[in-house]
Design a protein around this ligand. Sequence first.
Ligand code: SF4
Ligand code: SF4
Length: 422
Amino acid sequence: MDKKYEAWQNQLVKCIRCGTCRSVCPVFQAADNENTTARGKVRLLEAVSEGKLPLTPELQQRMGKCLLCKACVNGCPSGVKTDELFLSARKLLADQNGLPLAKKLAFTGLTYRKLFDLGLKMGAVFQGVVFKEAPKGRGKLARIPMPSAGLSQRRIIPPLASAPLRTRLPETNTVSSPKVRVAFYTGCMLNYIYPEAGEAIVKILKAHDAEVVIPAKQSCCGTPAFTSGDYQVGRYLAEENIKILADGDYDDIVTGCASCGAALKHEYGNIIEDPKVKQLWEKISKKVKDITEFIVEQGIKQELREVKAKITYHDPCHLVRGMGVSQQPRQLLQAIPGVEYAEMKDAAKCCGAGGTFSMAHYEISRTINDWKLDNAEKTGAAILATGCSACRMHITDGLGQRSSNMKVLHTAEIIAKAYGLN
Ligand code: SF4
Ligand code: SF4
């Protein structure tokens, strides 16, 4: 057997072909094709490892038809780590066949932190040239279809913020008598698209007597790159972020985006190669917490104000299965006076975003998203709370397309309101 497939063996032999993963796979449920299930993909990788199937572009496409939602990992009775297998396969396939030019350029751009920042700031100024307003101010619509950027003309996307989070706040946000020193890893979407949610997180942290440092030199967490197989870029970004976060004496590292949090806490362990940085990561990863975890650990700080609203909650895959956070946001929302909490059916099922999945397979991701929205709307809630910016963007798109009045907010924005902070 080729040496590069040896690492797969432990996992491949565990698969007993039971098909349990079929019953939980959203992509299979939407596309009805055995090749999209974890079992189907495991069989394909087995054929690869036995030398019966080469690493072709067709195989790369099939391995890309996966949300990396981890539902199959959770449900597998044999404990097959399908997520790790699929990521490893995507890396080998990208090494062999490359990535589409637009993707490769976009990922490489992430490694030029200052240029990337400038590009998005310029994008915020000139976004009106390529995008027009969606009806009722729901976001933006592409003026012309841009398939290489995953933008159909019906897809509603949020605008880039005129002022990113990291320009709105100082790098160090002090309080009079700090009890903890916290690094806030904002990632890209809270910085460039949803800065109000990021501001809510900083206000909450300060209300908990935390000195909040928002490291100016942080880069993208690298999830879009390494989940597409670009480990060169993913590894560079992971190692840069860990070095930056290790360069400060932080008690906690707080995130407000599920994908960033799961990357910092777990995924980096399979990506970082430099032994010194790996050692740093081992320490850092133990300090990574979602904002709702942080609040619950510290205890609700003050008497909560009334927020009169019926609210439901969507579990982002990277929060519930990536970071093991599901009770904390519910506990906090239910503690707010005036909130009528309504649990939706299948709250922990993927919303269909799947990072770059929704760009490559928009129609499948919309079908999966519609199931989520049906369940959310059945609760009669006016607000859907969540803790992942990618989920927020995809769900907001779906709600806009069905002209729903339901609003999507970050859980922290609702908590900040109950704290009297916005
Ligand atoms: S649930 Fe696990 S053991 Fe069963 S077919 Fe899927 S991957 Fe194989
Ligand atoms: S990670 Fe999700 S989408 Fe991918 S095979 Fe598993 S259940 Fe299906």
